[in-house]
Design a protein around this ligand. Structure first.
Ligand code: NAD
Length: 351
């Protein structure tokens, strides 16, 4: 075994069914007396129930979180933080809601309790992407990593099957890139393999029966572990490419990850034999093809064209993906990157 560094991050995790009922206890543990609940319309009923359970310790509800954490929305929420004298944040929703909670924490250092309702994994990461004047700027700082995460399987039962599939593959992407991260370590590798196994087992079952509690439990467990991977080691080509594509063509987050992952993995495969051998243990002989098949099995769109990316954007995307060099196991080669994006654009199988 090579030399490695492993840093554990002290996030408290409460996992199970009905665990959202534990939020008042978690507020108590953190000695908070006025928490602001941030959420979106799809989680409004849960937010209302949590506010009722908190009674006087709920300072208010801000239901306006949106994708890509626009600074203007954060500023509106910040006014409510100031008006109510909030001393903590409870974020209930998907990655967009978690992003708003983190943006508030960045500005105030308030403690966060996050209740995720998708498989995005942001709740375990120190990463925050904020949008201002059409530009998404991403930073990594421990100031935004939440203190407590409450995973409640029951809250994921209503996540639509299509979104469950793509959100779950978004999570798999974190684990896949963790396997070849330059700063990987044996603990994160264990978590990554366990996450990929749990999610690949669960997602087709969820699409067949969104109310399958055992599969939902597996998926949320896998999403947690994938989030730890994302929050612990460096991501590479796949994440950079999705960030570029999403920003350049306003593509949906989880769906873009789902369309790109098989191709990004196939690109890196020759440079990462150890990771490929580990992946073959859970995904079979051709891991990139298996991920493409999984996307098909959950009914996801596999062509970036179907997500709204114009064909004329392929060269621009390749250029932007190469513009700022970043660590990747296989050197970034212009023609091969363009070929990768072309295949993802068409929804062709990975090569
Ligand atoms: P999202 O939070 O935007 O949610 C997608 C849609 O699903 C929304 O309409 C939402 O209201 C709805 N929804 C969420 N949970 C639901 C549920 N249980 N039942 C029914 N509907 C539900 O999507 P996402 O993929 O979770 O997050 C994407 C955002 O998170 C992006 O902005 C992305 O950049 C960010 N993100 C950040 C990190 C990080 O580490 N910083 C990691 C992953 C994603």
């Amino acid at each position: 075994m090579n030399r490695f560094v492993y840093t554990s991050h002290p996030v408290r995790v409460v996992f199970g069914r009905g665990t959202v009922a534990a939020v008042p206890d978690e507020v108590e543990r953190l000695a908070l007396s006025r928490v602001l609940i941030v959420t979106t319309r799809s989680s409004a009923a849960t937010a209302d129930a949590v506010a009722a359970a908190l009674g006087g310790r709920a300072a208010g509800i801000f239901p306006g979180a949106v994708m890509h954490t626009p600074v203007a929305v954060t500023e509106t929420a910040m006014r409510l933080v100031a008006e109510t004298g909030a001393d903590g944040v409870v974020a209930i929703g998907g990655g967009s809601v978690t992003g708003l909670g983190k943006a508030i924490a960045l500005r105030t250092d308030l403690p966060q309790i996050v209740v995720p309702t998708t498989y995005a994994g942001s709740e375990m990461s120190p990463i925050l992407g904020e949008t201002k004047d059409g530009q998404k700027v991403t930073q990594s700082t421990e100031a935004v990593r939440p203190e407590v995460v409450v995973y409640d399987v029951d809250l994921t039962l209503g996540l639509p099957p299509a979104l469950s599939g793509t959100s779950g593959i978004n999570a798999i992407a974190h684990a896949v890139e963790a396997l070849y991260a330059p700063d990987r370590n044996p603990i994160i590798t264990l978590m990554a393999i366990e996450a990929i196994a749990a999610l690949t087992r669960a997602l087709p079952a969820i699409v067949r029966d969104p109310g399958d509690v055992a599969a939902r439990t597996d998926a949320l467990y896998g999403a947690w572990l994938s989030g730890v991977c994302l929050g612990s080691v460096s991501m590479a080509l796949h994440h950079k490419l999705c960030h570029t594509l999403g920003g350049s063509f306003d593509l949906p987050h989880a769906e873009t990850h789902t369309a790109v992952l098989p191709h990004a993995l196939a690109y890196n495969a020759p440079a990462v034999p150890e990771a490929m051998a580990r992946l073959a243990g859970v995904l079979g002989d051709d891991p990139a093809r298996a991920l493409w098949d999984l996307a098909g099995a959950v009914g996801a769109k596999r062509a970036l064209a179907d997500l709204g990316m114009p064909e004329s954007g392929i060269a621009l995307a390749a250029e932007r993906a190469l513009a700022r060099p970043y660590p990747n196991p296989r050197p970034l080669e212009r023609a091969a990157i363009e070929a990768l994006i072309t295949r993802a654009h068409a929804g062709a199988p990975p090569e």
